[in-house]
Design a protein around this ligand. Structure first.
Ligand code: C5P
Length: 405
């Protein structure tokens, strides 16, 4: 049975083009058995109508704080107490700023201040607005106060820009809400999980680098899923656009060598599980140029001398292995066979293989499908969002750890 049956969810909508997608989110929540009430800010009214939202939620829609008629029905404090969860989708930069400041100058911010229920935001805004230091500072404040963040995703934006700030899709927001409201057993309490994520960045000179398209989403989702079950998680992350999941200790690194040294430090105290979800660059510059490299003469060619990076996971499994070592194998052909040989070569207990030749999953996608291999077993969970898959993978790793060997 869904964790949403009979849950009372207050959906707040702020001004942004993504507001039209929230209609689908409300439909999904209602279909799963939740009782949904909707609150609009003034800005939201330019994008969605009260009539539509009333029809999908089955309740009158509230927008004004000073509405004597509405207050006669359910007063705003009662509404704040009614909610098992408040989810704001889309959450605009303006809303985040007002909420971070503790303002109560409209119904939605007032409800957020007055509630004891968890609050989740699905931000949506232009990429420059999202990346602005003011928005990032508000984000940090909100996360430190326990507000849950769902996204944002990166990609093409309604304004024509490309970058972080797209609202997550309704199904993904729905899945995140489902997870938030599901009671999670704290069966990993006392365990330490070390997880690598994202790309590495190998300097060529002071302004250029070698890197790859890894978004870090899979590693971050694994960190969140292990933390939710009570594990202490150290997330060693290359440069990404993602916020650290709540309660997870993130260590920021750039190069593969930095990653290895951060892992060694994290694993000084023996780790229970190590997951290498990072896309580590195989090579780095033999010598990083100390000054910006110049186009020299008329030559159309340029030679860079690269040397092999350390294999982080293989080194750790030899020198200071966690009780369970888990790697990833991104392959474009003979996926299972290559993954199996990597499992042996790198001294791993489990390897999570995915086919990166498929455009619908893997690198920079929100969904993934993988096969998990041990020396003699194989599991293939269904294709699903990286967040849902991470929950399943943490379950599989935990089960594997407790199997009699
Ligand atoms: O050899 P390949 O890059 O395909 O192996 C992938 C796995 O090995 C991933 O778990 C990745 O995080 C890890 N890896 C590593 N250090 C490297 C290269 C890969 O830890 N230098």
């Amino acid at each position: 049975m869904s964790s949403l049956v009979n849950k009372q969810i207050l959906v707040g909508i702020t001004g942004g083009i993504a507001a039209y997608k929230t209609i689908e989110l409300i439909r999904l929540l209602s279909k799963a058995g939740a009782d949904v009430q909707v609150v609009l800010t003034d800005g939201a009214k330019a994008f969605v109508t009260e009539m539509t939202l009333q029809a999908v939620s089955g309740h009158p829609v509230r927008s004004s704080l000073l509405d004597p008629a509405a207050e006669l029905g359910m007063g705003h404090i009662e509404l704040a107490k009614w909610a098992d969860l408040i989810v704001i989708a889309p959450a605009s930069a303006d809303f985040m700023a007002r909420y971070a400041q503790g303002m109560a100058n409209d119904l939605l911010t007032t409800l957020c201040l007055a509630t004891d229920a968890p609050v989740a935001l699905a931000p949506a805004m232009n990429q420059a607005m999202w990346q602005h230091p003011a928005t990032q500072a508000n984000l940090t404040t909100l996360i430190s106060r326990g507000v849950h963040m769902i996204g944002p995703a990166a990609g093409a934006q309604a304004c024509g820009d490309v970058g972080p700030g797209r609202m997550e899709e309704p199904q993904d927001i729905y899945a995140a809400i489902d997870t938030l409201l599901s009671p999670v057993a704290q069966d990993l309490a006392g365990q330490h999980w070390v997880i690598t994520a994202g790309p590495t960045m190998e300097a060529i000179d002071p302004v250029r680098y070698i890197s790859n398209h890894s978004s870090g989403k899979m590693g971050y989702a694994l960190a969140a899923a292990a933390q939710a079950r009570g594990a202490r998680v150290t997330l060693i992350s290359g440069p990404t656009q993602l916020a650290a999941p709540q309660g997870v200790q993130r260590v920021d690194i750039k190069s593969a060598e930095d990653m290895l040294s951060a892992c060694r430090t994290a694993m000084l105290e023996q780790a229970d599980v190590f997951i290498g979800a990072a896309a580590v660059a195989d090579f780095r510059m033999k010598d990083v140029a100390s000054q910006k490299m110049k186009k020299s003469g008329d030559s159309n060619e340029m030679q860079l001398t690269l040397v092999k990076n350390p294999d982080v996971i293989a080194t750790l499994s030899q020198e200071q292995a966690a009780k369970c070592m888990v790697g990833f194998a991104a392959e474009t052909q003979d996926v299972i066979a290559y993954a199996q040989s990597k499992l042996e070569r790198k001294g791993l207990d489990l390897i999570i293989a995915n086919d990166v030749s498929r455009t619908d999953i893997g690198f920079n996608n929100d969904e993934n499908q993988v096969t998990v291999l041990s020396k003699d077993q194989q599991w293939t969970p269904p294709k699903e969002s990286k967040a849902a898959l991470a929950v399943e993978l943490v379950g599989l790793i935990t089960q594997y750890q407790t199997q009699p060997s």
